[in-house]
Design a protein around this ligand. Structure first.
Ligand code: NAD
Length: 493
């Protein structure tokens, strides 16, 4: 069993104060509305730690109106000056990183050190986008018609954006959307997840304190379907960006398409990992355990299906299971904890459903396979073996601490297995054979392929999926271009 920490620990009494969540519209905090509120939980204990005001029609109207006014002001600000304001915000974000990380851990559960890395990486993402914003150059095209003096292809901001983000990276995912939008000259209405509102608000507060004009960045939350319907239908919103499940992503895509609006989606995945015969199975297993159980597996690019060459399977399996069992599981605020709780009780049920279904198909549970007997929403790091392809976990995203191990004999067979699902977000391969590395890089159907490491999410590089895993990109230059429109200007004298 994994080591459990935090039972009856007196340091739990010294939790940092969790700030009162609020909405933020047109430069003002809104701490109560006519539409009531919704509870925010500490997933490490299951206790209610705050109540979040629910945005109703009045707040959604105010947010769209503010974003429209904010856009008119912000798009006229020179890119150099925009970058200066954004840079002040990221300086504040770095300065406040320890405090924001503690808030993030309180509401989301991940280990504190992971939370602080997320906050600091968010600052890097925003900075990169703001820097690139200064380089969005127009392109001149020689005219073919006498009397036409100039033809330019410009990149202009697309307009006010509605951004919907989930709970698994409550600062990083808003940072990607806000960073791209503000760098391009767009305004934003952000709807963070209702389970993790305070860390997103802390990010927004950095921009407010850095001097971002009122209305350019707004935050609403409450009832997700009501908010997405109202904002996507609102004529003032020009662009919609969503991160979350395939199912909800398709719903919002349909709403956006019905309005003819630009849409970017970053959806789920079911990442395969192909470990070739020449790879150092034990070293790869060590890396893989860290990647798999980061954020309790609640990561869209989390490795799930491990396909290991039969000659290395036993070595890989033994090292992986030993690594999973050695993880320290507990409340994220405790020193030394490596894996926190799941976000909500229904996710425990979802994990148990995957494990029970796999068992009923004849799979073997090598470790874990049950929730931990303690307060909070903890599920044991789990490894499944001999899982028939008919089991749900072989095709549905578990989005939790479950790894599925399997052996293969032939690389083409492994690549075909890896590609067999409708998902195509991230895929990984481990080999030092140059030809095998190229076969994997060419053959794996995914928006991001990592060979010999799991680091496919960087501030400077595009993050996005193919197939059912999404449309468009975030981060990197591509993440900025998603908030721009091409405008052709031809001037005759
Ligand atoms: P969920 O479907 O309840 O929620 C996922 C996210 O979508 C939440 O942020 C929620 O607020 C939002 N949402 C739901 N309905 C919406 C609507 N009509 N309009 C706007 N936003 C809406 O799922 P969950 O139980 O919280 O998470 C589990 C599933 O979500 C997993 O299967 C996983 O695939 C997916 N997920 C993916 C990511 C990702 O990074 N790609 C992140 C979180 C969750």
């Amino acid at each position: 069993m994994p080591k459990i920490t935090g039972m009856d620990d007196p340091s739990r009494a010294a939790l940092p104060a969790y700030p009162a969540p609020a909405l933020y519209i047109d430069g003002r905090r809104i701490e109560a509305t006519d539409d009531g509120d919704t509870p925010v939980f500490d997933p490490s204990s299951g206790a209610v730690i705050a109540r979040l005001p629910v945005a109703g029609p009045a707040e959604l109207e105010a947010a769209a109106a503010a974003a429209a006014r904010g856009f008119e002001a912000w798009r006229r600000v020179l890119p150099l000056e925009r970058q200066r304001v954004i840079e002040r915000a990221t300086a504040l974000l770095r300065e406040r990183a320890p405090a924001i990380a503690a808030v993030l851990t309180c509401e989301q559960g991940k280990p504190l050190a992971e939370a602080e890395r997320e906050v600091r990486l968010s600052a890097d993402i925003i900075d990169f986008l703001a820097e690139e914003g200064k380089r969005l150059a127009s392109r001149g095209v020689p005219p073919r018609t006498p009397g036409v003096a100039s033809q330019t292809v410009q990149r202009v901001p697309v307009g006010p954006a509605a951004a919907f983000t989930p709970w698994n990276f409550p600062v990083n995912l808003p940072a990607r959307k806000i960073g791209g939008a503000l760098a391009a000259g767009c305004s934003v209405v952000l709807k963070p997840d209702e389970r993790t509102p305070a860390s997103a608000l802390a990010l927004v507060q950095c921009f407010a304190d850095a001097g971002l004009p009122a209305g350019v960045l707004n935050l609403v939350a409450g009832r997700p379907a009501q908010i997405s319907q109202a904002l996507i239908a609102d004529a003032r919103i020009a662009k919609v960006s969503f991160t979350g499940s395939v199912e909800v992503g398709r719903q919002l895509g349909a709403l956006a398409a019905a309005q003819g609006k630009r849409y970017t989606s970053e959806l789920g995945g079911h990442a395969p990992v192909v470990v070739c015969a020449d790879a150092d199975a034990v070293a790869v297993a060590t890396l893989a355990v860290a990647a798999k159980y980061r954020n309790a597996g609640q990561v869209c690019a989390s490795p799930i299906r491990f396909l290991v060459h039969r000659s290395r399977y036993a070595a890989f399996r033994d090292a992986f299971v030993a690594g999973a069992q050695a993880l320290r599981v507990g409340p994220g605020l405790e020193p030394g904890v490596q894996m926190g709780p799941l976000i909500a009780p229904h996710r425990l049920e979802a994990m148990q459903g995957f494990v029970d279904d796999a068992r009923s198909h004849g799979a073997r549970v090598a470790c874990g396979g049950q929730r931990l007997d303690r307060p909070g929403w903890f599920y044991a790091p789990t490894v499944l073996e001999d899982v028939p392809l008919a089991a749900r976990v072989q095709r549905e995203e578990p989005f939790g601490p479950i790894a599925v191990l399997d052996a293969f004999d032939d690389l083409d067979e492994a690549i075909a297995r890896a590609n067999a699902l409708p998902y195509g977000l991230a895929a990984y391969g481990f080999t030092h054979d140059l030809r095998a590395a190229h076969r994997l890089a060419d053959g794996l159907q995914a928006g991001m392929v990592g060979i010999n490491h799991f680091g496919v999410s960087q501030p400077e590089t595009p993050f996005g999926g193919v197939k059912a895993s999404g449309i468009g990109h975030e981060s990197g230059l591509e993440g900025l271009l998603g908030y721009t429109e091409v405008k052709f200007v031809s001037i005759a004298t």
